[in-house]
Ligand binder design. Structure first.
Ligand code: ADP
Length: 403
C-alpha cells in the first residue's frame, strides 16, 4: 500500500512516496518557484539508487506542480507507479488545526471548509496547505486526503499551560491561546525514543527538543504533551535562527515606534531579523555562528549563550511542571548535528542529574543513539526526526481498513 506525503509551501511543493508494507521510500522530490512570474518552475525528482532528474517549465500554480509530480511518479522510464490507483491516500502536512483537529483526520469537503476558516491563524502557510489539498482533490479524485497537523499533538495541553493572561473572551471569541507547533516531529521522536529504550511511553516523562531554524520543546508526560514552548504562533519560546522567541510584549510597541514600523512590519521584523541573526549580526545558521565564535566574534558568542541559556531554562521549567524527567531528546538540524549544543545544554542541567557522555556525543551526527552516561538520572537521546514517515503512518492508519 503506497502513501504520498505532500508539504505545500507558498512557492514550493515537497513530496515523498512511501510503500507502507516495509515503510520504505520509493521516490521524493521538490517543485520550486511555483507561481513566480517571469521564471520557470523547477522540479527535482529522486528515486533511490538512480540519478535525480530535473524538469524546468512554466509553473503557474500548485495544481500544475502536482500534475508534474504525478507525471514523474508514473513516468514510463523513471517512474515508480503504473497508475494513480496504487496510491491509497495522500498525507498533507498542515500548519494549523486549531482546537478542531486534535489528531490527524480525513479531509473531506466539510473539513476543507473548516480549514479555510483558519487562514488567519497561519497567513503564510495555510493558503498553500489548502491549495495542496484542493489540487489533490481535483487531480486524484476518489483518493482519500489526510490532514496531519503541526498543532494536533499539543492539544492535550491543560488550560493552565495554553491560556494567556489576557481577557478570557479573547480566547473564547478569537481563539487567542497557545497552540504549539512541530507536533508531528515531537510525536515521532517521542515514540521512537520510547521504542529505543524498550519502555512504554505511558511510563515516561520526556522533553523533546526540536532545534532547527525554528526550534521548540515539548514536555511529554505519559505520551501526552503537557506544555510546549511555541505559542499562538511559532514566534514564542526559544531563540531561533531569525525569530526572537520569548520577549517582553512591551518591547513590541516600543520598537514599532523607534523603527517606524506598521504592525505587519514589526511582525516580519520579529520573525526574520531577530534570533541568532539579530544578536550576532553574522547569520541565522548555527554552523556560521560556531565558526564566528572560533574566530573570536563576541556577538556570535552572545547569541550562542542566550540560545543555550534559554534551552536550559525551559528544561528546568518542564522538569518542575512534570515533577521529574526520564528522557531528554535532541532532534532537527541543530539537535541532530551540533554536538556542542547538546553538550552545553546537558552541562547546564547537571543539577538535575543529567550527565552526557562527552566522547560518544562528540562523535555523533544524525544517528539514533543514547548519549547519557550509565550514572545519569536522565536518559539523553539523539533521535533524527522523520515527519514525512509520521505523516505517511497516520494516513495509512486512517485508510488501511477502507482501501
Ligand atoms: P528547518 O527548521 O528549516 O527544518 P532544520 O531542522 O533543517 O531546519 O535545521 C536547520 C539548521 O540546522 C541550520 O540553520 C543550521 O543552523 C543547523 N545545522 C545543520 N547542520 C549543522 C551542523 N553540522 N552543525 C550545526 N548546526 C547545523
Amino acid at each position: 500500500m503506497k502513501i504520498l506525503v505532500l508539504n505545500s509551501g507558498s512557492s514550493s511543493l515537497k513530496y515523498k512516496l512511501f510503500d507502507m508494507t516495509d515503510r520504505s521510500e520509493k521516490a521524493s522530490g521538490l517543485v520550486e518557484r511555483i507561481g513566480m512570474s517571469g521564471v520557470n518552475g523547477r522540479l527535482v525528482h529522486k528515486v533511490p539508487g538512480q540519478d535525480p532528474y530535473y524538469v524546468e517549465q512554466p509553473m503557474p500554480d500548485h495544481k500544475a506542480a502536482l500534475r508534474l509530480v504525478l507525471d514523474s511518479l508514473m513516468d514510463g522510464d523513471r517512474g515508480v507507479l503504473s497508475s494513480l490507483d496504487e496510491i491509497a491516500a495522500v498525507g498533507h502536512r498542515i500548519l494549523h488545526g486549531k482546537d478542531a483537529f486534535k489528531q490527524s483526520s480525513i479531509i473531506d469537503n466539510e473539513a476543507l471548509e473548516k480549514l479555510k476558516s483558519f487562514m488567519e491563524f497561519g497567513p503564510l502557510h495555510m493558503p498553500a496547505n489548502i491549495m495542496g489539498i484542493e489540487s489533490c482533490m481535483q487531480l486524484m479524485e476518489g483518493i482519500p486526503q489526510v490532514g496531519v497537523f503541526d498543532t494536533a499533538f499539543h492539544q492535550t495541553m491543560p488550560k493552565k499551560a495554553f491560556l494567556y493572561a489576557i481577557p478570557y473572551e479573547l480566547y473564547e471569541e478569537h481563539g487567542i491561546r497557545r497552540y504549539g507547533f512541530h507536533g508531528t516531529s515531537h510525536r515521532y521522536v517521542s515514540m521512537r525514543a520510547a521504542e529505543m529504550l524498550g519502555k512504554p511511553l505511558a511510563d515516561l516523562k520526556m522533553i523533546t527538543m526540536h532545534l532547527g531554524n525554528g526550534s521548540s520543546a515539548a514536555a511529554i508526560k505519559g505520551g501526552k504533551v503537557v506544555d510546549t514552548s511555541m505559542g499562538f504562533t511559532p514566534l514564542e519560546g526559544f531563540v531561533m535562527g531569525t525569530r526572537c522567541g520569548d520577549i517582553d510584549p512591551a518591547v513590541v510597541p516600543c520598537l514599532q515606534q523607534k523603527l517606524g514600523l506598521t504592525s505587519q512590519e514589526i511582525d516580519t521584523f520579529m520573525n526574520r531579523k531577530c534570533g541568532l541573526l539579530g544578536i550576532s549580526g553574522v547569520s541565522s545558521d548555527m554552523r556560521d555562528i560556531q565558526r564566528a565564535i572560533e574566530e573570536g566574534n563576541q556577538r556570535a558568542k552572545d547569541a550562542y549563550d542566550v540560545f543555550i541559556y534559554r534551552l536550559i531554562k525551559y528544561v528546568g521549567a518542564y522538569f518542575a511542571a512534570m515533577g521529574g524527567l526520564d528522557v531528554l531528546v535532541f532532534t532537527a538540524g541543530i539537535g541532530e548535528n551540533d554536538h556542542l549544543v547538546r553538550q552545553h545544554v546537558c552541562e547546564g542541567l547537571e543539577a538535575l542529574g543529567v550527565k552526557i557522555d562527552i566522547v560518544k556525543n562528540a562523535g555523533l551526527r544524525a544517528k539514533e543513539a543514547v548519549l547519557s552516561t550509565p550514572e545519569s538520572k536522565v536518559q539523553i537521546l539523539l533521535v533524527p526526526t522523520n515527519e514525512e514517515l509520521m505523516i505517511a503512518t497516520d494516513a495509512y492508519e486512517l485508510v488501511k481498513d477502507i482501501s
